[in-house]
Design a protein around this ligand. Structure first.
Ligand SMILES: C[S@@+](CC[C@H](N)C(=O)[O-])C[C@H]1O[C@@H](n2cnc3c(N)ncnc32)[C@H](O)[C@@H]1O
Length: 204
């Protein structure tokens, strides 16, 4: 059997830190040789992402045989099952940050480009990109979706100054929510506050 490839179709206009931490985490989860970023148009982004996996300027819709892929979309009609992977080459996830409430951007920006492909959901909650890939990897290895424990909503304690609530679903690995530790450190740091100030001033 050929090796299943995990594809992230990069669809955000900017490659910010949050996205970079999630992409890096996907690379740690599935391995650099099984991860491909598609739709990467900017040279700087191309260079950065090549540290984490293969990188393509073209969209996944132009690269893969649509009959041999699975698109992960929260709005899909059917849940993902281990048998869905028979004969498939790749599972494609949107490189899209979470919206709360979700705006259905996966369907608009990704699924619509694959009218004949298999489209599946992994539950009705919105997962992070790395969490969605982790769940897809477990299902591809034979674990049924129902057997994967999930934590809905995650509260991070900020170093003694309040907390931040992430309204997304996180699969549990060894009993702990699967989330990039670099992202947690970033969200709990002053760095994010400084970045937001710079963003408001138009410096980022
Ligand atoms: C953070 S989600 C972004 C979802 C986006 N805000 C939307 O409304 O469609 C990133 C990607 O993970 C995958 N994903 C997240 N939750 C999912 C779910 N419940 N079912 C299927 N795919 C999911 C999708 O490929 C999605 O594009």
């Amino acid at each position: 059997m050929t090796k299943l490839i995990f594809v992230i179709e990069h669809l955000e206009p900017e490659l910010g830190k949050w996205l970079i931490f999630e992409y890096e985490h996907v690379s740690e989860i599935v391995g650099k040789d099984r991860l491909m970023f598609t739709n990467v148009k900017k040279t700087g982004e191309w260079q950065l992402l090549s540290r984490f996996g293969m990188v393509e300027e073209k969209s996944a819709a132009e690269i893969f045989n649509h009959g041999k892929v699975i698109i992960l979309d929260p709005k899909a009609e059917h849940p993902l099952k281990p048998e869905d992977f028979a004969g498939k080459e790749a599972v494609i996830v949107g490189g899209i940050l979470g919206d709360h409430p979700p705006k259905g951007r996966t369907r608009k920006l990704l699924t619509k480009r694959f009218p004949k492909a298999m489209v599946r959901h992994i539950g009705r909650w919105q997962f992070s990109i790395d969490g969605a890939v982790y769940v897809a990897m477990l299902v591809s290895e034979g674990t049924p979706l129902e057997a994967i424990p999930v934590k809905k909503g995650l509260t991070l304690k900020l170093n003694g100054h309040g907390e931040v609530y992430l309204p997304y679903a996180y699969p549990l690995r060894d009993g702990k929510p699967l989330i990039s530790q670099r992202l947690v450190a970033y969200l709990c740091s002053n760095e994010i506050v400084k970045d937001e100030e710079r963003l408001l001033k138009g410096e980022l």
